[in-house]
Design a protein. Structure first.
Ligand SMILES: *Cc1c(COP(=O)(O)O)cnc(C)c1O
Length: 242
């Protein structure tokens, strides 16, 4: 039982930090959602956060997404547990997605944070049409402009957002970015600020209407800066699960 309370304590600590940072920068903590990234978590730990009522869960590899989502489905339907548990969870695909894995992903996830090319968006749109689905997609932007990183180039983002927004089966919900792995807070902040500027530009041009409202940025190491720069969805893994 001890490990379980540790997870609850860690979530509480992150929530308290969110509240504190929001107070400092004049934001409403209710406008910040957490996706709990389960990619390294043992199944028991995932079950524990679901028991605590956290239903937004993130995975970065399709194969693992399939495996853990199957396990959690079984868990949610165990007669002994069912009455106490949420009816379902929402899986967020947050990692690089290959086009040949799109169909499988859509069968599990309605939130894809890692759309970064026109070809991938087109593949998701046509697979979603066949499944009669309207997934929420985020345009991932390489705001740090590191050459080895996934994400659309900053200079291509607005045009790509227009193209994605015109696809009938996609709901362009927001932007996603990942800061560089560095202890230099100014570098991290500049990356998030750039994403926020792009976000404002796309919103001002009304490219995707009112459903375009999320900035998915901030992980365990840098979510406080992300909140200060306008994040609405934090993707938190190791601060809770390791
Ligand atoms: C793993 C991962 C996270 C969470 O990172 P932590 O440092 O464990 O909080 C967030 N976003 C993406 C895309 C990831 O792959």
């Amino acid at each position: 039982m001890r490990a379980m309370s540790t997870i609850a304590d860690r979530i509480q600590l992150v929530r308290q930090t969110i509240t504190d940072v929001c107070r400092c920068c004049g934001r409403d903590p209710d406008h910040i959602q957490m996706v709990l990234v389960t990619k390294t978590a043992p199944t028991e730990a995932i079950k524990e956060v679901v028991r605590l009522g956290y239903i937004d869960l993130g995975e970065n590899r399709v194969q693992h997404l399939k495996q853990v989502s199957d396990e959690i489905d079984v868990f949610l339907n165990e007669p002994a547990e069912k009455a106490e548990l949420p009816k379902k969870v929402r899986w967020h695909m947050i990692g690089h997605l290959q086009r040949n894995k799109v169909k499988q992903t859509l069968q599990i996830s309605n939130y894809i944070h890692s759309v970064d090319t026109l070809r991938l968006a087109e593949e998701i749109n046509s697979a979603a049409a066949k499944l009669d689905r309207h997934p929420n997609v985020f345009l991932q932007v390489n705001c740090s402009e590191e050459p080895q990183k996934y994400g659309a180039p900053v200079g291509a983002a607005v045009h790509l957002a227009e193209q994605i927004a015109s696809m009938p089966n996609l709901r362009l919900t927001g932007l996603m970015t990942m800061a560089p792995l560095t202890l230099n807070k100014d570098v991290v902040r500049a990356c998030f600020a750039r994403c926020r500027e792009l976000f404002e530009e796309i919103r001002t041009e009304n490219i995707s209407g009112a459903k375009f409202k999320h900035l998915s940025m901030g992980m365990s190491q840098d979510y406080e800066i992300a909140i200060e720069e306008g994040a609405t969805i934090l993707r938190i893994g190791s601060a809770i699960f390791s």
